[in-house]
Design a protein around this ligand. Structure first.
Ligand SMILES: Nc1ncnc2c1ncn2[C@@H]1O[C@H](COP(=O)(O)OP(=O)(O)OP(=O)(O)O)[C@@H](O)[C@H]1O
Length: 599
């Protein structure tokens, strides 16, 4: 038996997998495996149950398991699900993004030793610093007002990993811009997020000793939502599993690939599943949606994948609604008519069981105004948020919840907060780790009660975070997001008056309507989903028209992700026209994604 603090809750959870041959095969597999399956098929459920088993039965302390996913929110959701099975963040269980994996487990421990050409100690540029440095470097190279956007250059750096290859110089201007930017960044003693993954990949690929060290620490590697991750992570995964003998548990769905614009490549998942020694497992039962939704969703995707509902007789529907007066009318109809009807149609259904999804924050603004008018409390996840969810801000939120009353029900557990707190300090020796945990416990204990969040965050910064951030340059970027949180809580800020309990609120809170972008909706599920703004030219949008077939397919997959979040009802809203930012009207009809959707 392994010596991790393990719980047998996974044994109960595993019973649910027994009746599904694919899920059970993944659960029982002792080799590397890759689960490819559609929405709601239990990929994440299988992954977390399997991980809990591996931690309890296969991996002995001090070795552990690393579980990588694509965003901080996704990592938080995975941690939450693992916690339900009794597994908490600890030195033996890493759950986080590819960036934090590369930073904490590759660059910080091995980067300097391996002689990487980066400025040490590592300090990560904030978004503003990186943007300024790029602007200056690009203007020096190509003149003031040069048009190439930083995100295009970043994408180029992400997809062309070998600087000595022909691929790197296929676009000489891009390559020159990228080189000039990186040089200027490093000269200022900074690195950026793309450096972290790029050099992480190089460490694993170019140094056998790094490979061995990683395998010694993490004999098992899990990757959720593989289709969202780019070439650098794919290289790390292949090298660790194929040459390093690390056991891989990967799950994903190529049909839900919606991050091509960031350099993600869904073909990597399909290729990975074909490798020798990797057991490919396909799941076809959808446990989330009723048949009515599954059939329409496959039509929306334009592919019949043969997915079936686990409850074929359950009522589920997709409805299309036309609101003649435009986007605001759509949002108003959703709030005033659809949501009250949805709440009334099922006993016990709450606002938290409903999500309004949209393409971008502009549509989110319209939805938010109508939600306020209707008197619905809501939680909003899009770029309009006053601060970004990164590990440090998420941890501050969870500390606030704990103090506001979470300590009574161990939600979140103090041990989890301490584990994350320790991880921000990098590798701490036992004594120092105990001291850090004790300081945190003392702080939290003395701040119990649901007071204003502003004072709490100020005290946390003064008493704990300040010293940490001064000592750990790699947290500089995340510290900037904590500062944004602090600024938003000021009397003149958008979060003025927020309490500790409210600071920690998020999607999944039962009494709050969920407003979120289609991209943020990945991995979530709701009884009722309402998608706004399905007008040709808005979604797919004009930007998508410069456009390759590939980008249109990605937009279609994004639509598919939205529809497949629904358990019982999906409502698709359009007006038949769109307005540009100057108020000019284009009557291009409903989104082409609605064509032929209903029989
Ligand atoms: N074997 C099972 N028995 C009962 N419920 C299950 C089973 N497998 C999964 N579920 C339920 O189905 C829903 C979807 O599961 P999960 O979120 O793991 O799917 P997913 O494949 O990761 O979805 P997506 O790709 O759409 O995000 C959850 O509510 C989960 O509890």
């Amino acid at each position: 038996m392994a010596s991790h603090r393990s719980s047998s809750k996974y044994l109960q959870a595993a019973q649910q997998l027994r009746d599904n041959p694919g899920q059970w095969e993944a659960y029982e597999s002792t080799n590397s495996c890759c689960v490819l399956a559609g929405p709601g098929s239990g990929k994440t459920k299988t992954l977390v149950t399997k991980l809990a088993r591996v931690l309890a039965e296969d991996v002995r302390t001090p070795r552990g398991v690393a579980c990588i996913t694509f965003s901080n929110e996704a990592a938080r959701e995975l941690s939450r699900r693992l916690r339900q099975l009794g597994m908490e963040q600890s030195p033996q269980l890493f759950v986080g993004t590819v960036h934090s994996f590369c930073l904490l487990h590759l660059l910080l421990p091995f980067g300097e030793l391996a002689g990487l050409p980066l400025p040490f100690p590592l300090k990560i540029a904030t978004e503003n610093q990186a943007a300024r440095i790029y602007k200056t470097a690009a203007e020096e190279l190509r003149g003031v007002g040069q048009p190439t956007r930083k995100d295009e250059v970043d994408r180029y750096r992400r997809v062309n990993l070998d600087r000595d290859s022909k691929a790197w110089t296929q676009d000489p201007e891009m390559a020159a811009l990228a080189d000039a930017y990186e040089e200027a960044l490093h000269k200022q003693g900074l690195i950026d997020f793309d450096d972290i993954v790029h050099y992480g990949q190089r460490l694993v690929n170019e140094h056998d000793w790094v490979l061995k060290a990683v395998r010694a620490k993490f004999p098992v590697l899990a990757v959720d939502e593989y289709q969202y991750l780019g070439g650098a992570l794919d290289r790390i995964v292949r090298r660790l599993t194929v040459q390093g003998g690390v056991r891989l548990i990967a799950v994903g769905d190529v049909d839900q690939s919606v991050y091509g614009f960031t350099g993600a490549n869904s073909e990597l998942l399909a290729d990975l599943s074909q490798l020798d020694g990797i057991q490919a497992i396909h799941l076809t039962v959808n446990y989330r949606s009723g048949t009515g939704i599954i059939e329409v969703a496959q039509r929306a995707l334009g592919k019949d994948r043969g997915y079936k509902s686990s409850e074929p007789d359950r009522q589920a529907s997709v409805q299309i609604h036309k609101c003649d007066e435009g986007l605001q009318h759509q949002a108003e109809y959703a709030m005033q008519t659809l949501i009250p009807a949805a709440l009334a149609s099922k006993a016990g259904r709450q606002l938290g069981d409903i999500a309004v999804l949209y393409r971008n924050r502009n549509v989110g603004d319209v939805a938010a105004i109508q939600a306020v008018t209707a008197g619905y409390p809501f939680v909003r996840i899009d770029n309009a948020a006053p601060y970004r969810k990164v590990p440090l801000t998420s941890w501050v939120e969870d500390c606030a919840i704990w103090c506001a009353g979470g300590w009574k029900i161990s939600g979140p557990p103090l041990r989890d907060l301490q584990g994350r707190w320790r991880s921000f300090h990098g590798g701490l020796a036992d004594r120092a780790a105990r001291d850090a945990a004790a300081r945190l416990t003392g702080f939290l204990w003395s701040h119990r009660g649901n007071g204003p969040a502003l004072g709490f965050v100020e005290a946390l910064k003064d008493e704990l975070l300040g010293t940490l951030i001064d000592a750990r340059g790699e947290l500089a970027d995340q510290a900037a997001h904590v500062n944004n949180m602090h600024k938003a809580l000021q009397p003149e800020g958008v979060l003025a008056g927020t309490t500790k309990a409210q600071l920690g609120r998020r999607d999944g809170a039962p009494k709050q309507l969920n407003l979120l972008t289609l991209h943020s909706a990945k991995g979530t599920e709701y009884d009722v989903v309402i998608i706004l703004g399905l007008d040709q030219g808005d979604f797919p949008s004009p930007n998508w028209f410069d456009n390759t077939l590939e980008k249109m397919e990605e937009a279609r997959r994004l639509f598919y992700v939205g529809v497949t979040r629904a358990r019982d009802e999906a409502h698709l809203m359009y007006s038949g026209f769109r307005k540009n930012q100057y108020g000019k009207i284009y009557r291009d009809g409903p989104s082409e994604f609605l064509n032929g959707l209903l029989p």
